[in-house]
Design a protein around this ligand. Structure first.
Ligand code: BGC
Length: 748
């Protein structure tokens, strides 16, 4: 029962209201004991619970109580499975409830704009639909346990360099269609209890004080009903931020900004009603949090959840692994083989990123132990040093000897922890030279080499033509070691897919040269062509495309069919068959395109996907829904979403560059009626049913007529009609044009 918590802020004093809207300390809100309002805790997030018991920080410095470290978003996203994300979310909710945490700070659905963003491991994808669908799954799971999620970092926070000041300068279309779209999906589909505004500015305005972002878009357009919390330290000017829509400042400001609010209300520069609204939202959040019954149940009371969540972390990690290459079916390995495990990451896993998301895991599996559980005599050589304190030449020599004596060498390579982190970006995408050198030496000694990668951001793969098998393990959480062994040894058939393109070179990537900006501004010059949209539009060869990932079985696709439903969505149906000898999971991907569009578009865009398990020989017909809203573009002329009518290609495949079947669907568009003015072009008038014939006739009289593919017609099409007045040889008056425009506009 939460009856004792006031339903609104009307009974509170000005000072009480101000105090409610900022933190008490690092992780909790303020209690107002006189009014019966308790304090609640908000803490990180996103792929495990980071509840600090002693000293507090938001940079991953001081310890936190043990919690399950699930795969960070870079891994989980590769499952392309929102149901799995939801199950992980449930576990996060349970652990939060056990620790009496009201809100867990995640998920993060920012778009991976650049390969270099130091925090890409915390984000799902370069694609907004994928990020939005996966984020919504996590939120649903967390909140099903009476715990709030915090959707972050809102918005256009796509780099760490200068993150607390830099302005992301983004045009309306990419902002809406790429950077806000994932947030919109999560808000509309899962209604998170809180949204965390980001540190950065957007087109010059701090996210924490942007009424357009925090109120107009988030609440008025998307229907957000929860509370907006600042990122930790994101408040620039609280008196400005509060009426813009920032409800809660975190962490504490020591009373300084509360006093500013009180003074502003008293001085008449801040409307007290804005404070009432923000304080009311804090009360709502406190009430929701208090409504959760205490966490209990057999698994919780006797601690069995630890083992159950570890098992789920292992399953999720297995689903996150992407098999990039497997020539000659080198994988899976089997127990009877003589295997050499090489690379320090096999023994000392790199399983999560650095910063505020750093989890203190309940357990930690290593791939070496897990492999040896099946292949007890597997040899091991670290190959390189993670500390820099060992004799590199000796390590390399031992690795080569182990590889030469084995049937198969499995080499664990990866980025060192300091190479990628919250708070700073990467400068390149290369693996350490010492690791690459060891790999070369191992391959020379034994060409039957499997590379296993641990990295939160994309790395270049200069060896990809020289090794037969590559396993992209991303960062896999605390059970990543055993999950990697599951995939290597075939206990799990890999099904992860690339959520981001692996290009041949950093220089090919969309934001190259436009990242991380300069002098406080970063211009998103690539526009809507982010990620695979860019590589496809430019026809660039890539190392591995978006959506790619192999399996130990094979799948075939029948013909796709697409139809528009009564609600305007498009349903796509396709039969998929497991044509191999083992059970496996296929990620069916639907991409749409619109050739000849009136706006710039990528050749194909992911609009729906499904992950389905198939027994050998089994066929299933899968139906996917492409939402009409997801096909719309943001029309800058009318400042709203518009569905362009016409023929859309619907491609269905196993990756963005492995399209198996395609069809076309005709979709009715939204009408955009813009009044014709003196600025309208001859072409605009020609397209109008009233003005068109008149202009056509006048032009014919003037020129003797020209046909459609006459260059003259094209040239005239962009001539503003108003400039015709007084033009030598054009006998038209201003009044005549005004009359024509009035007649045409009357019919609009
Ligand atoms: C991060 C957030 C995090 C917060 C609290 C900030 O530095 O950007 O993602 O939730 O700290 O630790």
């Amino acid at each position: 029962m939460t009856d004792w918590i006031p339903v609104d802020a009307s009974g509170l004093t000005l000072e009480q209201k101000a105090s409610l809207t900022s933190g008490a300390d690092f992780w909790t809100t303020k209690a107002v004991p006189d009014a019966g309002i308790p304090s609640i805790m908000l803490t990180d997030g996103p792929h495990g619970l980071r509840r600090q018991a002693g000293s507090a920080d938001h940079l991953g410095i001081a310890d936190s109580v043990p919690a399950t470290c699930f795969p960070p978003a870079v891994g989980l996203g590769a499952s392309f499975d929102p149901a799995l994300a939801e199950r992980v979310g449930v576990a996060l909710g349970v652990e939060s409830a056990i620790a009496d945490v009201a809100v867990i700070l995640g998920p993060g659905v920012n778009i991976k704009r650049s390969l270099l963003c130091g925090r890409n491991f915390e984000y799902f994808s370069e694609d907004p639909i994928l990020a939005g669908v996966m984020g919504a799954g996590l939120v649903r799971g967390i909140q099903s346990r009476g715990v709030g999620a915090s959707l972050k970092h809102f918005a256009a926070n796509n780099q760490e360099f200068d993150r607390m000041r830099a302005s992301s300068d983004v045009d309306p279309r990419p902002l809406r269609e790429i950077y806000l779209r994932a947030f919109q999906h999560v808000v509309e589909d899962a209604q998170p209890w809180t949204v965390m505004c980001s540190y950065n500015r957007i087109n010059g305005v701090y996210a924490s004080e942007d009424p357009w972002l925090l109120t107009h878009v988030l609440r008025d357009e998307w229907g957000f009903e929860g509370l907006v919390v600042s990122d930790w330290g994101a408040v620039n000017d609280r008196v400005k931020g509060l009426p813009a829509g920032l409800d809660l400042e975190m962490p504490a400001s020591g009373g300084r900004t509360d006093a500013q609010l009180v003074a502003a209300v008293q001085g008449g520069t801040l409307d007290e009603r804005a404070l009432d609204v923000a304080a009311g939202r804090v009360l709502d959040l406190v009430r929701k949090a208090q409504a959760r019954p205490p966490a209990s149940g057999p698994d919780i009371d006797d601690g069995r959840w630890v083992a159950a969540h570890h098992a789920l972390a292992r399953e999720a990690a297995g689903r996150s692994i992407v098999l990039l290459k497997n020539d000659g079916a080198l994988l899976p390995l089997h127990a009877g083989q003589k295997i050499a495990v090489i690379g320090a990451f096999a023994e000392t896993p790199r399983y999560q990123g650095a910063g505020s998301s750093l989890i203190n895991p309940t357990r930690l599996d290593t791939a070496l132990d897990a492999i040896r559980e099946v292949v007890s005599d597997a040899a091991y050589a670290p190959g390189f040093s993670l500390t820099g304190h060992d004799d590199d030449a000796q390590l390399a020599a031992d690795a080569v000897a182990a590889a030469a004596a084995a049937e198969v060498a499995v080499v664990f390579l990866g980025l060192p922890a300091a190479a990628e982190s919250e708070g700073y970006d990467r400068e390149h995408i290369d693996l350490p030279a010492a690791q690459l050198a060891v790999l070369d030496a191992v391959v020379a000694a034994n060409p039957r080499t499997v590379v296993v990668l641990s990295n939160g951001g994309v790395v270049a793969l200069p060896f990809r033509d020289r090794v037969p098998a590559i396993v992209e393990g991303w960062l896999l959480g605390q059970a990543g070691g055993s999950a990697t062994a599951d995939v290597l040894l075939g206990a799990v058939n890999p099904s992860g897919r690339l959520t981001e393109t692996i290009p041949l070179r950093l220089e090919d990537s969309p934001s190259y040269g436009g990242f991380p900006g300069e002098f406080g501004h970063v211009r998103y010059g690539e526009g809507v062509l982010v990620g695979y949209r860019w590589y496809d539009a430019r026809g660039l060869e890539v190392a591995y495309p978006f959506g790619h990932g192999l399996s130990y079985t094979t799948f075939s696709y029948g013909d796709a069919a697409a139809a528009v439903t009564s609600s305007g969505d498009v349903t796509v149906t396709v039969p998929v068959t497991n044509t191999g000898a083992v059970a496996g999971r296929e990620v069916v991907q639907v991409y749409t395109g619109r050739a000849g569009s009136i706006v710039q578009r990528a050749p194909r865009e992911l609009k729906a996907f499904a992950s389905l398990q198939l027994a050998p020989g089994q066929t299933r017909e899968v139906t996917l829904t492409v939402r009409r809203a997801d096909l719309a573009y943001w029309d800058v002329r009318v400042d709203r979403w518009v569905m362009e009518g016409g023929a859309y290609t619907v491609e269905v495949g196993s990756s963005s560059r492995d399209i198996r079947t395609a069809t076309t669907v005709q979709i009715a568009g939204d009408e955009v009626r813009l009044p014709l003015t003196m600025e309208s072009s001859v072409g605009d008038l020609l397209a109008d049913p009233v003005a068109g014939p008149v202009v056509q006739q006048a032009m014919a009289a003037l020129t003797g007529g020209f046909d459609d593919d006459d260059g003259m017609a094209k040239m005239m099409a962009s001539f503003p009609i108003g400039r015709m007045v007084g033009f030598p040889g054009v006998p038209v008056t201003r009044e005549q044009i005004e009359g024509l425009l009035a007649a045409a506009n009357a019919g609009r």
